[in-house]
Design a protein around this ligand. Sequence first.
Ligand SMILES: Cc1cc2nc3c(=O)[nH]c(=O)nc-3n(C[C@H](O)[C@H](O)[C@H](O)COP(=O)(O)OP(=O)(O)OC[C@H]3O[C@@H](n4cnc5c(N)ncnc54)[C@H](O)[C@@H]3O)c2cc1C
Length: 378
Amino acid sequence: MTPEQQQIRELAREFAENELRPNAEHWDREGKLPRDVVAKLGELGFLGMLLPEEFDGLGLDTTTYLVALEEIARGDASVAVAMSVHNSLPTQMIRAQGSDAQKERWLKPMARGEMLGAFSLSEPDSGSDAASLTAQARKVDGGWVLNGAKAWVTNGGFGDVVVAMARTDTADDRRGAKGIGAFIVPTSTEGYIVGKKEDKMGQRASETVGVAFQEMFIPDDQLLGEPGMGFIYALQGLNGGRLGIGAIALGIAQAALEHAVAYAGERRQFGAAIKDFQGMQFKLANMATRIAASRALLHQAGDARESGGNAVQMASMAKLFASETAMFVTTEAIQVFGGYGYMKEYPVERLFRDAKVTEIYEGTSEIQRTVIARELYR
Ligand SMILES: Cc1cc2nc3c(=O)[nH]c(=O)nc-3n(C[C@H](O)[C@H](O)[C@H](O)COP(=O)(O)OP(=O)(O)OC[C@H]3O[C@@H](n4cnc5c(N)ncnc54)[C@H](O)[C@@H]3O)c2cc1C
């Protein structure tokens, strides 16, 4: 790690140790995060890590951001996913496609943590096949009127501004990836209706909501880039987003390994610490090795994104490998804890639940494999 990466890592670790870890269990049980956690992330600069200084960001490279995100996830994966969605998707989409005026208006408060961002692509009937979305954007004088139902929006009610995709061209021959627009939608907009908060298996403190757009007027200056290009912008955002999910998976796995190592040193059976049994040593060794490999792949993918390598394939590989590692490591961590691992009073139970969704959101493992294979034939 560079000295800058070490410094950011220490800052993130200190924050996670003091403010997140001690509260993670409680927030999980309550199913919500206090808003001041977001404000503190903003004060640290963690909500503008990838934005240039001219927009009040820290102007860091992708890998340094991933280092910080891993540490935050090691403390609490729910906080990390709020941070990841904000940094990777809405802010990056506005940065890449926004006009100067849009960047000035939205990016600065987002970087400072005064506005938390969200991303809304999925719908009840369109998940992996996101290009089949049906929310409509109808052109009217001075703007667009949006109608439709969106699903599973992280930060969708808790946050302040959503980059939402809706179909701007309804002609049948233009269905599919073309003819979708990306809109900057403050959650306070009339007609933005926050629906049911999902009762989830894991990452329970992170808010996931359904949202309805009901005759929601969005002025022209809140359309991002070209009207028919929103789906392409969303996919570009997701390439970066997947690295963020990889870092979250890695942080969860690292936390589970640390708990397992500590417990195996303390727990005694047959007159010895269980860490002295080779069966346990092999488990811990496999966990540590997969984590180290995930981290190496993730940082390589982060560097590829900075240097213009095949970032798409690398991002999918890193997300796939890290999320499957998180499931492997958290499952093994419960095994190391035995019956206690199955109890909610021990943290590995929560980490196991938190890990699963990393194999699902921002592209399932099946979709990551599809992307990786497709890139082999390019
Ligand atoms: C907690 C959480 C938070 C989320 N946050 C957001 C958010 O902020 N914004 C947002 O837009 N979305 C969000 N999502 C949605 C998420 O991105 C989707 O759940 C994901 O893309 C998968 O879509 P789906 O759930 O509809 O599954 P489906 O697409 O219905 O897939 C079902 C199964 O079929 C498999 N499958 C589908 N197509 C293929 C194929 N071609 N080949 C092989 N297998 C295939 C899938 O891999 C999966 O195993 C969130 C989801 C969750 C659970």
